[in-house]
Structure formats: C-alpha cells, structure tokens
Design a protein around this ligand. Structure first.
Ligand code: THU
Length: 129
C-alpha cells in the first residue's frame, strides 16, 4: 500500500483543477502487480471533468488490466476524500474485491471495500438478458 500512496502523491503534480482548486490523485494496483496513476482533469465545460479514480482505472484497463486489487485516493487536505458516486460505480465494475484507501496530509485515513462504498451497484448481470 505504501508504494501506491507514494505514487499517488507523486502524480498529484499533474492534477488539472484550475476551476475548483481541489486536486486529487489516485493509484491503482492491478492483478499483475502493476501500478497505474490518475489525476482529476477539469474542463471549462465543467461537466466534462474526469475524476482521479476513473482516470487511473481507465488507464489500467487500457493497458490490459482485468481486475483492480487496490485503490488509493490522495488529496492534499487535512481530511481524507472518499470517491464520488460515479467513481464508486466504476470501482464496482473493475475493482469489485478491492480495498479503497483514502489518504491525505494528516494521519486520518479511511478504508472501505467496494461493496461497502456502493451497495446494490448496477452490474453487468442486470444489463444482460
Ligand atoms: N474529484 C475527484 O477527482 N474524485 C472524486 O472522487 C471526487 C471529486 C474531483 C473532481 C473535481 O475536479 C474536483 O474533485 C472537485 O469536485
């Protein structure tokens, strides 16, 4: 987990958050032991903003990951930040059994499982007939 935290902290420099000023970075560990990072990427058309967690997960999936084992969310704040609802849904798709750890610049941290973050998530088996 320490390596994921270090990589998320290092990635934060790439966060693009000129509108909210709220910078977020994430790191994910895939089933092959690889680590991918992502940051929030905002846009003048606010609704197009991409969260850090989804950036990291999409990068991992694009590189062939099939199952995310761990997710770390880092914010340079005094309290940890948990994934937004949209990110929880995406975590449930690709990181069903993952541990999700939120860390910040204090000793406070939050840890959760994917199903705890989004009970009754909308799933593939509900789309398939
Ligand atoms: N943000 C994330 O990157 N992840 C979350 O789970 C919550 C929100 C970003 C989106 C936006 O750039 C900024 O935080 C403020 O909402």
């Amino acid at each position: 987990m320490e390596e994921l935290i270090d990589k998320a902290r290092a990635a934060l420099q790439h966060s693009y958050a000129p509108y909210s000023g709220f910078r977020v970075a994430a790191a994910v560990l895939d089933e092959q032991g690889r680590i991918f990072t992502g940051v929030n990427v905002e846009n003048a058309s606010y609704g197009l903003t991409q969260c850090a967690e989804r950036s990291a997960i999409c990068t991992a999936i694009g590189e062939g990951a099939t199952s995310i084992q761990q997710v770390v969310v880092y914010t340079p704040t005094s309290e940890p930040t948990t994934p937004c609802g949209a990110c929880r849904q995406v975590i449930s798709e690709f990181a069903k059994d993952a541990t999700v750890l939120s860390v910040c610049d204090s000793d406070q941290q939050l840890i959760a499982g994917s199903s705890g973050l989004i009970p009754h998530a909308f799933e593939l088996n509900k789309v398939k007939r």
